[in-house]
Design a protein around this ligand. Structure first.
Ligand code: SF4
Ligand code: SF4
Length: 416
């Protein structure tokens, strides 16, 4: 698909602005009525999902040309998908987020690329990671574990994918090791690549470099094939969106079932494989839905080229098929832990701000977006926030005001 293929979507937008707010019947506080971090930060229509449809329409119609100003608007967006979700509550015929992805591809095709983003793409091919890190700095979290390795010629049932952020951050690598250790203790037939793990390259897709992303994805697909696994379980929510949405969309077939780690743990818990302890003191927590575990991760269906007004529901990506329940099941399993929900949850969730290249070029957008979420969490009266994505955890903790932990920390503390 190309930007021109979205001309109908662009033309059908009626500027109702539902892509900027949660529906009025859901609004509980003035602070939590917005859904789009970009329009909330910059307060100019072009920054909204609708505005980007107008930008696309204008380019397709020859009224404007791609320019650095277009690039600045298109990348000051966390690609959180909230505009797409809220629009589809009322309209099933407009793919708002896909239009943003196409604008990004168009920027790349015209060389309108931020150097900071180009460095990420170069790092994927040169360093095998999207963090611009020396590969030698990768942490060997699998060392000392009796875990099967692809490089040793082993075969296993479940391929554990850690992801770049977990592989290069000491505390997160340790957590990955502890989770793998728990799974092994429960008899799960795990296999991994350890320090040889290829990157999922999710950022390449988010940034519009889809060919670089597909090249890297094919390497990871080959590695998973070698492992003999029937299931890939990812510790990284952004990789989850890549595996379920971007890879099939760009022709890379992993050929295995895809699960997020919280889904595997939920299955094991529901199968009675854990005993779960209770917290010593009553504690209230609230859960932040990561966009890339939630609405953005909804599986790709097909490129629908017919009249979208007649598109069957099962071929419409609404965002409702994201993973919302698994982390909540794990939290609610712990005695003395009360889950109190924020106003904007599940498909309506407010983004943490740490997505799709925003950290590299618009740090204030990231900071303000994360602070907005912390304010919402404080309104619940919770003692701490729980999430299920390393990037959300980092952004929310950097915002301050409330401690954020990963649901995996709670699992490691209370599940045995
Ligand atoms: S993108 Fe959808 S929700 Fe936003 S203004 Fe257009 S029609 Fe309304
Ligand atoms: S993807 Fe998120 S940040 Fe970007 S326009 Fe849509 S709602 Fe706003």
């Amino acid at each position: 698909m190309a930007l021109m293929d979205y001309k109908v979507d662009q033309g059908w937008c009626n500027r109702c602005s539902n892509c900027k707010f949660i529906p009025s019947y859901r609004i509980k506080h003035s602070e939590t009525m917005y859904v789009c971090p970009s329009i909330t930060e910059y307060n100019f229509h072009a920054y909204s999902g609708s505005g980007k449809l107008m930008v696309g329409y204008s380019i397709n119609d020859g009224h404007s040309e791609l320019s650095e100003s277009t690039r600045d608007v298109v990348y000051r967006c966390t690609l959180c998908g909230a505009c797409d979700y809220t629009c589809k509550v009322f309209r099933k015929d407009i793919d708002v987020a896909e239009n943003i992805e196409e604008l990004r591809k168009e920027c790349v095709n015209h060389g309108l690329v931020y150097p900071e983003h180009q460095a990420i793409i170069d790092s994927i091919s040169e360093n095998g990671n999207q963090l611009c890190k020396d590969p030698a700095a990768k942490i060997d979290w699998a060392k000392g574990l009796k875990i099967k390795k692809v490089a040793d010629g082993d075969q296993g049932e479940i391929y554990l994918y850690a992801g770049d952020t977990n592989n290069f951050t000491s505390g997160l690598a340790k957590r990955t090791k502890n989770v793998a250790s728990l799974l092994l203790k429960k008899g799960i037939d795990l296999i991994t690549s350890g320090v040889e793990e290829p990157t999922a390259a999710d950022k390449a897709f988010d940034l519009g470099f889809v060919e670089a992303g597909a090249d890297a994805a094919r390497k990871l697909a080959e590695e998973i094939k070698k492992s003999g696994a029937k299931t890939v379980v990812t510790m990284d929510a952004h990789a989850f969106t890549a595996f379920r949405y971007y890879y099939p969309r760009y022709g890379v077939d992993l050929g295995v079932e895809v699960l997020h780690i919280t889904q595997l743990l939920e299955r094991m818990y529901l199968d009675g494989m854990f005993t779960v302890a209770a917290a010593e003191e009553p504690v209230k927590v609230t859960y932040h839905d990561p966009c890339n575990l939630g609405r953005r991760s909804e599986p790709f269906t097909c490129e629908y080229e017919g009249d979208k007004r007649r598109r069957p529901m099962e071929l419409t990506r609404t965002g409702d098929l994201g993973v919302y329940q698994a982390p909540r099941t794990l939290i609610e399993a712990i005695g003395n832990v009360e889950l109190v929900e924020m106003d904007r949850i599940k498909g309506w969730a407010w983004c943490c701000g740490n997505g799709a290249g925003v950290a590299e070029i618009a740090p204030k957008l990231l900071k303000d977006t994360a602070a907005n979420r912390v304010t919402e969490a404080q309104l619940t009266g919770a003692d701490q926030m729980v999430t299920a994505c390393p990037l959300c955890e980092q952004a929310l903790n950097q915002a301050g005001g409330m401690k954020t932990v990963d649901v995996l920390d709670l699992v490691l503390q209370y599940f045995a």
